[in-house]
Design a protein around this ligand. Structure first.
Ligand SMILES: [Zn+2]
Length: 247
């Protein structure tokens, strides 16, 4: 059955930990969408590049990466980098996109990662989990229920960057897409708004293959990604059986 899959990330390259799985699901015919919360306007070490210039560049990079992944659509909510708080407007914005895209599968940051230091990652992950278990309740942001927007229950959650992964996804067939989509985020690789040279490209590719190969060992495949997975209950998580993402 065709699923609607939404990745909610804090920054314009945060879809990367699940890019291989998103690409695989798109290949299988599922509808894949990317929701980026911030414009990434502070992800740079050189003040000669303005925040506005960087945000515009990162939006283009996200657009290119989404295309490589095979996403049907993406949105950047335009929050400022480093300033994501647990506000009613963030809750409304994420809820609206989960409902608009009728998401039954959600990928986001693991907000309970023991070594997570980014408040953006923590708050986006936490709010997305909160929204995912409440977006099916019609009284939850009932003002949105018009123009075809309906309550939407999320059934599967996959949290990336987790310190306690319990789920592995075989991405052997989409590792190239994962690498190529990562290469779209040039401003985040060498901190230069110029095309990558061959050496930087090779180093990145080796690093991504090495990490994915370590994950792959857990399920006996060449390359994999890892997640903390939960089933979505009404207002809470349920436990997910340990396993691999197949369909
Ligand atoms: Zn990030």
């Amino acid at each position: 059955m065709k699923k609607n899959v939404v990745c909610v990330g804090a920054h314009p390259d945060d879809e990367m930990p699940c890019a291989g799985t998103l690409a695989k699901m798109a290949k299988q015919g599922h509808n894949v969408y990317i929701c980026c919360v911030t414009n990434g306007d502070k992800g740079y070490f050189d003040l000669s590049v303005s925040a506005e210039e960087l945000a515009a560049r990162r939006l283009e990079e996200l657009k290119a990466a989404a295309k490589v992944i095979g996403a049907k659509d993406f949105v950047d909510l335009g929050y400022l980098d480093g300033e994501v708080l647990l506000t009613p407007s963030l809750r409304a914005d994420i809820t609206k996109n989960i409902r608009k895209w009728k998401a039954s599968v959600v990928f986001t940051h693991d907000p309970w990662r023991t070594t997570e230091a980014s408040l953006d990652h923590i708050n986006v992950g936490l709010m997305t989990c909160h929204v995912g278990v409440y977006s099916g309740f019609p009284h939850f942001h009932s003002e949105q229920l018009k123009d075809g927007i309906e309550p939407q229950r999320v059934e599967e959650f996959y949290l990336f960057g987790s310190s306690e992964p319990n789920f592995y996804s075989d991405i052997t067939e989409t590792i190239d897409q994962k690498i190529n989509s990562r290469l779209c985020h040039e401003s985040q690789i060498t901190q230069a708004l110029t095309p990558l040279d061959e050496k930087a490209r090779q180093m990145l590719e080796q690093r991504l293959r090495r990490t994915a190969a370590i994950c792959g060992k857990h399920i006996g495949v060449e390359y994999a990604e890892e997640f903390k997975a939960f089933s979505g209950g009404s207002g809470h998580f349920d436990w997910f059986p340990q396993g691999v993402i197949s369909k």
